[in-house]
Ligand binder design. Structure first.
Ligand SMILES: C[S@@+](CC[C@H](N)C(=O)[O-])C[C@H]1O[C@@H](n2cnc3c(N)ncnc32)[C@H](O)[C@@H]1O
Length: 295
């Protein structure tokens, strides 16, 4: 049966009841892929978890303005990976919970929080099971920076986020712009030019990637090299959130990134990277604040 392996793995999780077998197989492949990436990421200079890259450096300045005072806030970080950002929320006084379906990531995130003396509740679950996996409702649900591309159905995800929020609570989504995924470099006249290389919009289904290299430095993956991604245009994201009953308060588009995607990108004073000043100003990153109505 196609997807039999994934089906067995996912049956323990509950996701199998809400996705078809083929999508379930892809989600299971992604989980194995993230388990394989986690130890490489922990040791990487890219994440700098040895202290060489402070957690705050992963945040754009406006994120803190949009999030407001976190002291005492109940904050849920979905798809938290190693807790790179979750620790920053806890350090700012939030009662932070991180959730991820990669057991390897969660184990390492727990160890890092303990090392730093931070109290963070890490939950090992698929985001589609998040409502059942965590107790209570949250003031803030935070997610992004490479998360939405692993989600096959944004309407389903947005409904889950809505159910996780307290009345008056906010989703803060901070993501790589769909234009970033669509652009690639090509050699032109001895230099490199950015050009459209891939879909911006959803519509062609999942993209399969088979790669021994992850996005960080470090050794190659020796197993679980296949992963699947889904494209989501900005309109689709905002429409899914509005459709779930959330009020869109803010959509920001930013020309900067927390790491250099292309060799021509240079760091600014805050360490975030931008294309050269004479390049067209295009969005590479975006943030959405969406609020649940007070009953
Ligand atoms: C690029 S990380 C995003 C977190 C953070 N911004 C970072 O860069 O470390 C993507 C995370 O999504 C998680 N993930 C992917 N699909 C998921 C799912 N269906 N349920 C829960 N976590 C998922 C992966 O395990 C991974 O830890």
């Amino acid at each position: 049966m196609p997807g039999g392996q994934g089906l067995t793995a996912l049956a323990e999780w509950g996701v199998v009841t809400t996705f078809d077998a083929e999508t379930g197989r892809m989600i299971a492949a992604n989980r194995a892929n993230w388990d394989a990436r986690a130890p490489i990421h922990v040791a990487s200079a890219f994440y700098g978890l040895d202290g060489s890259r402070p957690a705050e450096s992963w945040f754009a300045d406006y994120e803190w303005d949009d999030l407001g005072d976190l002291r005492g806030a109940e904050l849920l970080h979905l798809q938290c990976h190693l807790g790179t950002e979750t620790v920053a929320f806890a350090a700012r006084g939030a009662r932070a919970t991180g959730l991820d379906f990669s057991g390897e990531s969660i184990a390492r995130a727990r160890a890092l929080a303990e090392e730093r003396g931070l109290e963070i509740d890490y939950v090992h679950a698929d985001v589609h099971d998040a409502r059942a996996a965590v107790r209570g409702e949250f003031d803030i649900v935070y997610t992004g920076k490479g998360s939405l591309c692993y989600l096959p159905d944004l309407d389903r995800w947005a409904a889950i986020v809505h159910d996780l929020l307290k009345p008056g609570g906010s989703l803060y989504l901070v993501e790589f712009h769909p234009l970033l995924y669509a652009l690639g470099v090509v050699p032109i006249d001895g230099s490199e030019e950015l050009t459209l290389r891939a879909d911006y919009l959803d519509g062609r289904g999942p993209e399969e990637r088979d790669a021994t290299r992850t996005y960080t430095d470090g050794p190659a993956l020796t197993e679980a090299t296949v992963s699947y991604e889904w494209r989501h245009g900005l309109g689709e994201v905002v429409t899914a959130l509005a459709g779930a009953g959330l009020r869109i308060d803010r959509v920001r588009e930013d020309h900067r990134l927390p790491w250099p995607r292309w060799s021509t990108m240079r760091p600014g004073p805050d360490g975030w990277f931008a294309l050269p000043g004479d390049a067209p100003r295009i969005p590479l990153f975006y943030a959405v604040k969406a609020v649940k109505a007070v009953r």
